[in-house]
Design a binder for this molecule. Structure first.
Ligand code: HSE
Length: 436
C-alpha cells in the first residue's frame, strides 16, 4: 500500500519531535498502522531550520495553505499553535478533503465547534490527542476506553508550568515570582507566561475534556478561570499544615441542572495520589459510574511526549482511511446528533468546601464576629487555625476551612467580613476538593 503522506506545519520543538520519532520508529509504526507514515512536506517560518531538520527528501514549503491543500499531502499535522494561520490552514486542509491532526488546544477550544462541523460535512477526521495533557493518551481513554460510563467528573493537573511553579513554592518555600523565574530559566515557562500562569492554557484543555466527557459542544467562553499569579507561599504552607496541597486544577462535573467548568488553585488532601504529582508532570482523574476513579499520569509537554500523541493520531487516521466516515469515532466522543445543550452552571451555584485566610486584629471579639457572619450565612466551619501573632505585631492570621457550601453564600459572607474594622487585608479564598 502507498504510504500516508504527512504535511507537517511547524518545525519547532513539537514538529521536530514528530519528524524524529516517525523516522526512528518507522518499522514499528508501520507494523501498527498497516501503511507507512511519511512526512513528505514541511512548512515553517524559518525555511532553513526546516530544511536542516528534514534533509533533502522532504519538500520545504513557504505557504501553509499551499501545503494544506497539496495533492501530495493526505494529512495535515498542525503544530504551530495560535489561532490565525493555524485556523486558515486547518480549514483549508479540511475543505480539500484532508485529515487534520493538531496539538492546538487554543484553536479547538475557541473554534472547535466550527472546525468539527465542517470536518463532518467533508467526512474527514480531526484528531487532537496532543492538545490535552501532552503525551498522556487522555482523549483516547475518555472518548473510547471509558465509553461505557456515565462520566461524573474530571479533575486534572493539565498545565505543567504552573504545577512546576507550585511544586517549587511548596518544596523550596519560593515566592511565586522566584518560582516563575526558575521555570523560565529551565524553559518550562515562556517569556510571556500569561497563558500558563493565568490558567488560560488549562482552561483550553478543560474545555475539550468537558466536551468529550459529557457530549456537549466546546464552550471556552463559559469556563471560570483563576490562575496562580496571586497565590502566596504562606497559603501553600498553611494548607500543608492542615493536610492539603494546592494544585491548579481544571474541574468539570455534571449535575442534573448543569455542568461545572472551572480552573482555579484548589486545596486537595495531601494523601490523594494526584496531590503528589510534582514538577512539570500532568495528571487527570476521571470518575465514571461503572469504573470508579481512574488516574492518568505523565508528561504534559515536550518534544517527543507530544509527538507520541500526534503519531498515535496519525496511526488512527491511517486506519480510518479505509473506514466509512459514518462509523468512525466521533470527534467529541458522542454522535453529532446526540450532543446535549446542558447549561454550564454559574460559579455562584457551584458547591465546594472553602479555605479562607483573614489577616485580623488580635483582639477580643474578632473570632466571634467572623463566626457570626458564617453562621448567619449557614456556612459550617470544618476547621479553624489561629496563629500566634508574631512578636511585636497586633495582627494575626486566621485560617478557616468550611464544609461544602454554595459559592454565592461564601461570596456574600466574605463581602461582610471584609467590612469589619478588624479584618486588615483582602480575605484570601481558595476552593477545596476531596476528589474521593
Ligand atoms: N505550556 C503547557 C504546560 C504545555 O505548561 O503544560 C503546552 O500546553
Amino acid at each position: 500500500m502507498n504510504p500516508i503522506r504527512v504535511g507537517l506545519l511547524g518545525s519547532g520543538i513539537v514538529g521536530s519531535g514528530v519528524f524524529n520519532v516517525l523516522k526512528r520508529n518507522r518499522v514499528e509504526i508501520t507494523r501498527r498502522a498497516g501503511r507507512e507514515i511519511v512526512v513528505t512536506q514541511i512548512c515553517a517560518r524559518n525555511l532553513e531550520k526546516a530544511q536542516a531538520l528534514v534533509g533533502n527528501d522532504v519538500k520545504v514549503v513557504a505557504d501553509p495553505i499551499q501545503m494544506a491543500t497539496s495533492a501530495e499531502v493526505d494529512v495535515l499535522v498542525e503544530v504551530i499553535g495560535g489561532t490565525t494561520i493555524s485556523k486558515q490552514a486547518t480549514l483549508a486542509a479540511i475543505n480539500a478533503g484532508k485529515a487534520v491532526v493538531t496539538a492546538n488546544k487554543a484553536l479547538l477550544a475557541s473554534h472547535g465547534n466550527e472546525i468539527f462541523a465542517i470536518a463532518r460535512t467533508k467526512g474527514v477526521p480531526v484528531m487532537f490527542e496532543a492538545a490535552v495533557a501532552g503525551g498522556i493518551p487522555i482523549i483516547k481513554a475518555l472518548r473510547e476506553g471509558l465509553a461505557a460510563n456515565h462520566i461524573e467528573w474530571v479533575a486534572g493537573i493539565i498545565n505543567g508550568t504552573t504545577n512546576f511553579i507550585l511544586s517549587k513554592m511548596r518544596s523550596q518555600k519560593l515566592s511565586f515570582e522566584e518560582a516563575l523565574k526558575e521555570a523560565q530559566r529551565l524553559g518550562y515557562a515562556e517569556a510571556d507566561p500569561t497563558f500558563d500562569i493565568e490558567g488560560i492554557d488549562a482552561a483550553h484543555k478543560l474545555t475539550l475534556l468537558s466536551a468529550i466527557a459529557f457530549g456537549i459542544p466546546v464552550q471556552f467562553s463559559k469556563v471560570t478561570v483563576e490562575g496562580i499569579s496571586t497565590l502566596q507561599s504562606q497559603d501553600i504552607a498553611y494548607a500543608e499544615e492542615l493536610g492539603y496541597r494546592i494544585k491548579l486544577l481544571g474541574i468539570t462535573r455534571r449535575h442534573e441542572n448543569g455542568i461545572e467548568l472551572r480552573v482555579h488553585p484548589t486545596l486537595i488532601p495531601a494523601r490523594r495520589l494526584i496531590a503528589n504529582v510534582e514538577g512539570a508532570m500532568n495528571a487527570v482523574l476521571i470518575k465514571g459510574d461503572a469504573v470508579g476513579a481512574t488516574l492518568y499520569y505523565g508528561p504534559g509537554a515536550g518534544s517527543e511526549p507530544t509527538a507520541s500523541a500526534i503519531i498515535a493520531d496519525l496511526v488512527d487516521v491511517t486506519r480510518l482511511f479505509t473506514a466509512d466516515p459514518e462509523h468512525r469515532v466521533p470527534s467529541l466522543a458522542f454522535q453529532y446528533e446526540a450532543l446535549a445543550d446542558t447549561p454550564i452552571l454559574p460559579m455562584s451555584e457551584v458547591k465546594t468546601a472553602t479555605y479562607m485566610r483573614l489577616r485580623v486584629a488580635d483582639e477580643s471579639g474578632v473570632l466571634a464576629d467572623i463566626t457570626r457572619i458564617l453562621a448567619d450565612s449557614n456556612i459550617s466551619i470544618d476547621a479553624l487555625l489561629q496563629k500566634e501573632a508574631e512578636d511585636g505585631s497586633s495582627e494575626t492570621d486566621l485560617i478557616i476551612l468550611t464544609h461544602v457550601v454554595k459559592e454565592g453564600a461564601v461570596n456574600a459572607a466574605i463581602a461582610r467580613m471584609q467590612m469589619l474594622r478588624t479584618v486588615k487585608s483582602k480575605v484570601v479564598r481558595l476552593r477545596m476538593e476531596e476528589l474521593s
